[in-house]
Design a protein around this ligand. Structure first.
Ligand code: ATP
Length: 790
């Protein structure tokens, strides 16, 4: 309820309130998905229809982003023993309700009767999402016991093209909204950026982080706003003070446009409350305009323009004819009760005026009775109120000196909290009942007046959608600017290169005392594959995550933690990052790894950002290397920007085979620990070119840990023995080496030829160097086919 809608209610603002209906095509249309969702806190229906593959990755990702309260599916999809694959997949992850398939069809039938030609044609192409929305509306009507007022709902069709896709496991790996190790919200990207003041603003930030933009123009417009907010303190503080007074506009709108099917006291009370909230919200439009008046950037000007809408004034005028000027949102349930009681102006309904007089008299009587009791027993009694108990008596004394059995017998229902007794009396209970009765009357009569007023307002209510959009967007932009003022972020540019100068990890900065070590990144189309090596704990995973987080921050319109940054828009961000707290068994960890990598390989395109950390660690070394090598070669055939962190140094040979691969490593230093006469590792967290030269760093890390020294010694001996054995097995004849070199040379030639980005001169130089090197190493090079160079 909007009463809780303060900036501190971010958690309640995120509690699930979305209901989604999902429909899948049948027969030839299998895989065609229609989805419709409605947030019970926001009267907006979002429709989408798209084709998914057999893993249903898109549906599951979309559902995870929505984090629905409930999902409804047609009962034909879940016939016992014969349920569809989609149904089974969804039930594994979410709570599903089956709903009669009839409701999935009713809306379509109605449309096809020809009520609206645009919608009719639309229905032919978007059949499935319309079927979903039909069922969704019916279901909401059924559970909420209310319908939406005509022409009041906003309907959006959301294709999957306008935003970058981040699958749910990547969102988890990157700690976008939840931290794997720490349940605190602040240890996430959301926590780093969230300085929003309204629930709508924090919801918007959340959804933007999960679905960053891909349109450079829109991103730059947002960045212009953030820049202006950073440069103009007056604008920043002026806007922030107005925005923080807004309530949850979306939820308010949602409640306003619902018409209860039964007139209960609760429904009446809630409508009156919401009308007061509406008045409070509309009265903030003018201050918001004043705060925005001098802004210059196009987006802020556009928001200023949207506030010029005359309908805000019309609604407010209409409200003021019926509602008292001083009726407003106030904290505290008794205050709000008083506001509701006296909301409607006097002389509009004489029975209402009489009922209110009666109510006032009862409240005065209660106060009088309690002060008489205080006098009679010489006790420090005072009148208190709670929505559960109504009026009751409170007394603050030293409870140890004054035990409850010393209280007069007419005080009943005694409870004790710290040094305070709460109780009531039989008379007070009766008076509370009378008070409730007169309130019911007041609410009923007020409700009638409010309903009439609302029916006149509905036709203007659409401007509130604009207002809630404006407020949540301004709140989010202010939040970005706020985050910048606390840390030295820089405005990103958008080019075809990923270049970050001295970038650092934003979450690590927030949680650690010292500023993280910053690093440079440079990835272009001609050098789009970085293999990152380095000992354990040297900072590989942190670096990979840092790149993805900076990319997301840039694409939502925030500044980024770096000295300079330029990004290529990523249409998808994929990660395969092992999580250490995996409680699954080794084999299922491996299967999870394989599923995640298969998902990436199926969906990667030239504009993806791919981050892979320690692939193949769930199986033995040879197989791990084999899988990693094959995956790298597959990814190398695309122009995706890939960062591949690994302990398999064998993969670093790829640099020699592919011109677009670059080896990077994290440096460590060895320092003598004088007291223990041992060598210790000093992590620099600095990224340098080339592959790591560290050997047996696993053993050294084990030594540094609390593993018993005897075990470390044994491990060292066994490792030496195995390495010797492997070398023996691998010792090859010159002929074997020559064949291997021919194979590598041929692979390199094919890859180089495929990579049409290299210009022909560079290609020629590259190939003749290759041949020269081969001739030096292997005297029988004349056996190569003569035309290889071509
Ligand atoms: N740039 C940095 N600045 C400061 N501290 C860092 C930085 N990078 C990493 N660290 C610290 O080092 C710890 C280990 O980093 P990380 O997990 O990234 O290492 P890793 O190389 O991936 O290790 P492993 O190979 O064992 O998975 C982090 O928890 C973090 O506290």
């Amino acid at each position: 309820c909007p009463a809780q809608a303060t900036s501190s209610s971010a958690i309640s603002a995120h509690s699930p309130s979305v209901i989604v209906a999902v429909v899948e095509g049948r027969g030839l249309a299998r895989g065609e998905i229609g989805m419709a969702s409605i947030d019970l806190k926001s009267p907006q229906i979002i429709l989408s229809q798209f084709a998914d593959n057999t893993t249903y990755a898109k549906v599951i990702t979309k559902l995870k982003i929505l984090s629905p309260l409930e999902i409804i599916m047609s009962n034909t999809a879940c016939v016992a023993g014969n349920s569809t694959k989609l149904f089974t997949l969804i039930t594994e992850n979410f709570k599903v309700k089956d709903f009669h398939s009839f409701f999935f069809l009713v809306f379509i039938g109605f449309l096809q009767m020809g009520c609206n030609t645009v919608l009719y044609h639309w229905s032919l192409y978007r059949y499935y999402c319309l079927a979903a929305v039909a069922a969704l509306l019916k279901y909401v009507e059924f559970i909420q016991n209310s319908v939406y007022a005509p022409k009041s709902l906003k309907v959006c069709f959301q294709g999957s093209e306008q935003t970058a896709m981040i699958d749910s496991s990547s969102a988890q790996n990157l700690e976008l909204l939840v931290n794997n190790q720490d349940c605190r919200n602040s240890h996430t990207l959301f926590g780093v950026l969230n300085y929003t003041k309204t629930p709508g603003g924090s919801r918007r930030l959340r959804s933007n982080i999960l679905e960053p933009l891909v349109d450079v123009e829109t991103i730059n417009m947002r960045l212009d706003c953030v820049q202006e907010l950073l440069q103009d303190e007056e604008l920043f503080f002026g806007l922030q003070s107005v925005i923080s007074r807004f309530l949850d506009t979306e939820q308010l709108l949602s409640v306003l446009v619902q018409i209860p099917k039964q007139d209960t006291v609760n429904a009446a009370e809630s409508k009156i409350t919401n009308l007061i909230y509406l008045k409070h919200t509309l009265e903030l439009v003018d201050p918001l305009k004043v705060a925005l008046k001098k802004c210059n950037t196009p987006l802020l000007r556009a928001y200023y323009g949207s506030l010029e809408d005359k309908r805000f004034g019309i609604i407010l005028e209409k409200i003021r004819t019926v509602i008292n000027d001083d009726a407003r949102y106030m904290k505290g349930c008794l205050n709000m009760r008083t506001q509701k009681c006296y909301a409607v102006r006097s002389n509009i309904n004489e029975f209402l005026d009489i009922a209110r007089r009666t109510y006032t008299e009862i409240v005065d009587d209660i106060a009088g009775m309690i002060s008489q009791l205080a006098e009679k027993y010489s006790l420090p009694l005072r009148t208190s109120f709670s929505s559960a108990r109504g009026f009751f008596i409170q007394m603050t004394v030293d409870c140890a000196v004054f035990p409850s059995d010393q209280l007069p017998s007419e005080f009943i229902k005694i409870s004790k909290v710290k040094n305070s007794y709460s109780f009531t009396s039989a008379d007070l209970i009766k008076m509370n009942e009378r008070c409730q009765e007169s309130l019911r009357e007041i609410y009923h009569m007020t409700y009638m007046i409010v309903c009439k007023l609302l029916s006149e307002i509905y036709e203007y209510v659409h401007c509130l959608y604009k207002l809630s959009d404006t407020v949540s967007m301004l709140d989010m932009l202010l939040s970005f600017a706020h985050a910048c003022t606390l840390s030295d972020y820089v405005r990103p540019e958008f080019t075809d290169t990923l270049a970050i100068k001295q970038g650092w990890h934003p979450i690590l900065e927030k949680i650690s005392v010292e500023k993280p070590v910053a690093n440079n990144t440079y990835i272009t189309e001609g050098s789009n594959f970085l293999i990152i090596t380095g000992p354990n704990m040297s900072g590989k995973s942190t670096y990979l995550k840092q790149i993805a987080l900076c990319q997301i921050m840039a694409q939502i319109g925030s500044y980024v933690p770096a000295e300079y940054s330029s990004f290529r828009i990523a249409e998808q961000i994929f990660t395969r990052i092992s999580t250490d707290d995996d409680i699954e068994t080794n084999s299922s960890t491996f299967m999870k790894e394989m599923k995640e990598i298969a998902y990436i390989l199926h969906n990667v395109n030239d504009n993806s950002l791919v981050l892979i950390d320690e692939l193949g660690r769930g199986t033995n070394t040879e197989e791990g290397i084999g899988i990693s090598y094959a995956v790298c070669e597959y990814l190398l055939s695309s122009k995706a920007f890939t960062l591949f962190a690994t302990h398999f140094l064998e993969l670093c040979h790829l640099e020699a085979l592919y011109p677009n691969v670059e080896n990077m490593h994290f440096e460590v230093q060895h320092v003598k620990n004088a007291s223990r006469n041992k060598e210790a590792i000093l992590y620099t967290y600095k990224l340098s070119k080339g592959l790591t030269e560290e050997k047996n760093y696993g053993l050294r890390a084990a030594e540094a840990s609390s593993l018993p020294p005897s075990i470390v010694m044994d491990a060292r001996e066994i490792t030496t023995h195995i390495t010797r054995q492997i070398l023996q097995n691998h010792r090859s004849t010159p002929e074997m080496e020559r064949q291997r070199a021919v194979y590598h040379l041929a692979t390199r030639l094919v890859q180089t030829a495929r990579n049409s980005q290299l210009d022909r001169d560079k290609l020629r130089v590259y190939l003749s160097n290759l041949k020269k090197k081969y001739e030096e190493d292997f005297p029988r090079a004349e056996e190569l086919p003569e035309k290889t160079e071509e």
